[in-house]
Design a binder for this molecule. Structure first.
Ligand code: FEO
Ligand code: CA
Ligand code: CA
Ligand code: CA
Length: 591
């Protein structure tokens, strides 16, 4: 806690202009390398199907290959406990699918095989990677390589384990669920596990009957959001399997060092549309996990474990995330704030108000947060803690086009702009320099905006501008990285006219200085950030290059926008992990 660096950082590269090119641009003196694209074999020994450019790989092959839509990601040095910067594991989320690209004929003639392939294309990859001296490569085969998909058995733990609402015909005890999906951002624990977060899970479910309060609060509708799984896999039909939806929306913990380990859904952390799970240690070594619920007018949460982290015994920490206290944030107008406890019997969370137990609170977390009066935010995405000051926390609030609309919440101090198309980064300082405390002070670190914007559309940043901040992570040297996810419907258009493709910026937080470090190919989001311990290799993800508003119905549409990364000779654009190095081998981003 006393490791504040003496030498202030300074940025060591020339900022890039906006770009509409179909390439990844990085500054002079830096190079990129595509490492792991959708369809590349994960490296399971003896089972390494090659990618077919016409997307004719089967579901069984897809389950042994990189999934689609790479998102959050973490690097784990090998062997465990070392600080190796040349060999490690990457755990990578595969958020969702563009089914137009996933199958040779897109979504036409939907059937159970297409559902199975889509289910095999989401979840998580664990790959072994190595710096050969001539670039990084995926180690194939590797005994640690694995895919976790929407059908991989996962354990349910914590307060909701075994609850009546978690039981299904296939799982009468409510302790085991098949798979994880819509794995968006992530977290990483000091005991070497990966946290993957289930975000827009409700999009996969359909309820062609009377909608429940839970359906309404989480957005389940008569039909799914276009994935069609519910047509052939009745787990996703709320009329046939009413409780399956309760078994998604969790933070899932994975041990990447054991390819046979069972992922665990940690229900103590609540059921929302989890963006990420940023973990820091309190001064007494209790673990604190910060979590955004990414939807308009949703909340920011944190979990504080009951027991401290044990640095001497890795496995002693494996159930730490099952016991603790869940909180939700209230940001007051005077720039103070409070963590409101979501514990059964407190703050009105009683049987009389519909919460019979802690399990009820964990399953119906949004309704519990409504009841205690938390602050409705502009879409909380990633959360990052300063590595030298773990009580100084930043959160991207990506945008909120409905702020101030008729019938919707108006502005407040933390969410100060109507029709908020550009988003903001909020920051708070936990009381007593202790992340486990319940009071904080906050400020608006930066408002996104346009370089030519007027009034509410104007940016409040020093340096290069951006909008729709999403990915957010500190390198261990204290440099902050921000990635953008401007939606395809406004990319380089409307409020974003002239702002080009999505981008990544480096930020000196003490000076609020932003500089554009990377611009992506057309139609992509930039997401996922991981570093080697020496900060000389950075990994990022290019998600859905070529995305259009019609790709699910038209396999040709994305190709007309982007040919990244394979170029004109390739079959279709592919999400991919990209390695970034400095040509002189130096630390990324700094002078
Ligand atoms: Fe999957 Fe909120 O981003
Ligand atoms: Ca995101
Ligand atoms: Ca986003
Ligand atoms: Ca995206």
């Amino acid at each position: 806690a006393n490791a504040t660096p003496t030498a202030p950082l300074s940025l060591g590269f020339t900022g890039l202009p906006f770009s509409t090119d179909d390439v990844v641009h990085v500054p002079a003196g830096y190079s990129t390398q595509v490492l792991y694209a959708w369809g590349d074999p994960v490296g399971v020994p003896g089972k390494q199907p090659t990618f077919k450019q016409d997307a004719s790989n089967s579901a069984e092959e897809q389950a042994l290959q990189a999934g689609m839509h790479h998102d959050g990601m973490a690097y784990f040095p090998l062997p465990f406990g070392s600080a190796h910067s040349k060999r490690g594991l990457l755990a990578i989320n595969h958020e969702y699918t563009d089914d137009g690209l996933l199958h040779p004929d897109g979504m036409a003639h939907w059937n159970d095989k297409k559902t199975a392939k889509a289910q095999a294309a989401v979840g998580v990859s664990v790959i072994e990677v190595e710096d050969t001296g001539k670039g990084w490569r995926v180690v194939r085969p590797s005994a640690l390589a694995r895919r976790i998909t929407a059908t991989t058995p996962c354990a349910i733990s914590g307060p909701a384990k075994g609850h009546a609402l978690m039981k299904t015909q296939d799982d009468p005890k409510g302790v085991r669920v098949l798979g994880t999906l819509n794995n968006c951002a992530n977290g990483q624990t000091p005991w070497g596990t990966y946290l993957t977060c289930e975000e827009n899970w409700s999009d996969y479910f359909a309820n062609n009957g009377e909608l429940s309060a839970d359906d309404k609060r989480y957005g389940i509708k008569a039909t799914d959001a276009g994935y069609k799984w519910s047509e052939t896999d009745f787990r996703f039909d709320r009329q046939i399997t009413p409780n399956e939806a309760h078994r998604f929306g969790w933070v899932v913990e994975i041990d990447p060092f054991d390819a046979k380990s069972t992922p665990v859904k940690r229900t103590a952390l609540g059921r929302v549309k989890h963006e990420g799970a940023m973990l820091v240690l309190a001064p007494d070594n209790r673990v604190v996990v910060y979590m955004g619920d990414d939807q308009r007018f949703e909340y920011i949460y944190k979990f504080v474990s009951s027991k401290p982290y044990n640095p001497k015994n890795r496995k002693a920490n494996f159930d730490l995330l099952d016991h603790g206290t869940l909180y939700v944030a209230r940001f007051d107008q005077d720039n103070t704030g409070r963590w409101l406890e979501l514990t059964h019997g407190k703050n009105g969370l009683t049987a009389a108000n519909g919460f019979a137990s802690q399990a009820d609170i964990c399953i119906h977390t949004r309704r519990a947060a409504d009841l205690v009066g938390a602050t409705k935010m502009d879409r909380p995405e990633w959360i990052a803690a300063h590595p030298h000051k773990p009580y100084e926390i930043y959160c991207t609030l990506t945008n909120n086009s409905e702020r101030g609309k008729e019938g919707k919440p108006g502005v407040d101090a933390a969410n100060p702009r109507v029709d908020n198309s550009f988003g903001q980064i909020i920051r708070w300082f936990e009381g007593d320099n202790n992340p486990a405390t319940t009071e904080f002070v906050w400020d608006l670190f930066a408002l996104g905006g346009s370089p030519t914007g007027k009034g509410d559309k104007k940016a409040s940043v020093q340096g290069d501008t951006f909008g729709s901040p999403d990915g957010l992570k500190f390198a261990s040297n204290g440099l902050l990285w921000v990635q953008t996810d401007v939606s395809t419907s406004t990319l380089n258009e409307k409020d974003y006219a002239g702002m080009g493709n999505n981008q990544m910026l480096a930020v000196i937080p003490e000076r609020g200085e932003f500089r554009r470090f990377l611009t992506g190919p057309r139609g992509c989001e930039i997401t996922g950030i991981a570093f080697t311990p020496d900060n000389r290799t950075m990994f990022i993800n290019i998600q859905h290059p070529g995305e259009t508003s019609s790709e699910r119905s038209d396999p040709a549409a994305p190709k007309a926008v982007s040919a990244w990364p394979d170029g004109a000779a390739g079959g279709r654009p592919r999400s991919a992990t990209v390695v970034i190095r400095r040509d002189d081998g130096g630390v990324i981003g700094v002078a």
